[in-house]
Design a binder for this molecule. Structure first.
Ligand code: APR
Length: 263
């Protein structure tokens, strides 16, 4: 483990444009369950995953009913507002402050990278703290909308102040296209990086899981996984090496080693 942490620190310190990709695994040490790990939400309740696949069609069929349901329904990941970043999130923010990491592309909707201070952030599957207009794509802070009041006054679904289009949660549903701005920027980052640090993802959901494969096509790119278990990226040798363990323990060690190299 020590040797691979030293190796990752050397690779990061010597990189010209390193980016990080993250998944639910980086947030489990903040008390937020992942999906496919041993006690993941889908692992424990496959029915919940099947229901999740129907959510987008339900929204398209009847946005008003979807909103009425979603405002009252308990969130499958629990109350994310109370979750705090853990050393894994803070480590990536620190690597950005050290000008080593140029961007974080996360699948997580929990806004913990933002809370930890990461500035250059792409929320590939959206954010639970935002809403988005399905017509013009404008995003709004969820805090700016009193959804309970809208239910009482029968004013659902919320409408876009810009174009009056229907507003949905910014989180991307299964079957929904990744918003064009985020998809485009993420592709640019994957095509530009010379190091990709992939933290806490099973890498089985597309198109996000294409990003490491796009980077792999270019010579001179180092792809490092930090994950509790091997993934298809490990098995298919898309990643150069896996540092197996907890992101909350490994990433701070990598930051320490990068600082030692930097002097
Ligand atoms: N440190 C490192 N790895 C961890 C940790 C940890 N503390 N905790 C869990 N893991 C690993 C798990 O073993 C698993 O391999 O992180 C990975 C999490 O994988 P998933 O649960 O599949 O989460 P993710 O890859 O983000 O899922 C992608 O699927 O359901 C959709 O939209 C949802 O964005 C999500 C997408």
């Amino acid at each position: 483990m020590e040797r691979s942490i030293e190796r990752a620190a050397k690779d990061l310190a010597g990189s010209g444009y390193a980016i990080a990709l993250t998944g639910a695994g980086i947030s489990t040490e903040s008390g937020i369950r992942d999906f496919r790990g041993p006690s993941g939400v889908w692992t424990k309740d496959p029915e919940a995953e099947r229901r999740a696949y129907l959510s987008y069609q339900r929204f398209l069929d009847d946005p008003k009913a979807w909103w009425r349901e979603s405002v009252t329904a308990a969130r499958i990941l629990g109350d994310l507002d109370k979750a705090e970043p853990n050393p894994g999130h803070y480590s990536l923010a620190e690597l950005e402050r050290l000008a080593v990491l140029k961007c974080v592309i996360t699948q997580n909707i929990d806004a913990l990278h933002e809370k930890a201070g990461t500035k250059s952030l792409l929320e590939y599957h959206g954010s639970v703290s935002k809403l988005r207009c399905v017509s013009c794509g404008s995003r709004f802070s969820r805090a700016g909308f009193s959804l309970e009041k809208m239910i009482e006054e029968d004013r659902l679904p919320p409408r876009c102040p810009q174009c009056h289009g229907v507003i949905k949660s910014d989180t991307v549903f299964f079957g929904e296209a990744i918003p064009g701005d985020v998809a485009h920027r993420s592709l640019e980052e994957a095509e530009r990086c010379d190091l990709m640090l992939i933290c806490g993802t099973s890498a089985v959901v597309f198109p996000f899981a294409n990003l490491p494969r796009i980077a792999r096509q270019r010579r001179g790119v180092t792809i490092i996984e930090v994950n509790a278990e091997p993934t298809p990226l490990t098995e298919e040798r898309v990643s150069d090496y896996l540092i197996q363990g907890k992101t909350g323990e490994i990433l701070p060690e990598i930051v320490k080693a990068v600082k030692n190299i930097r002097g």
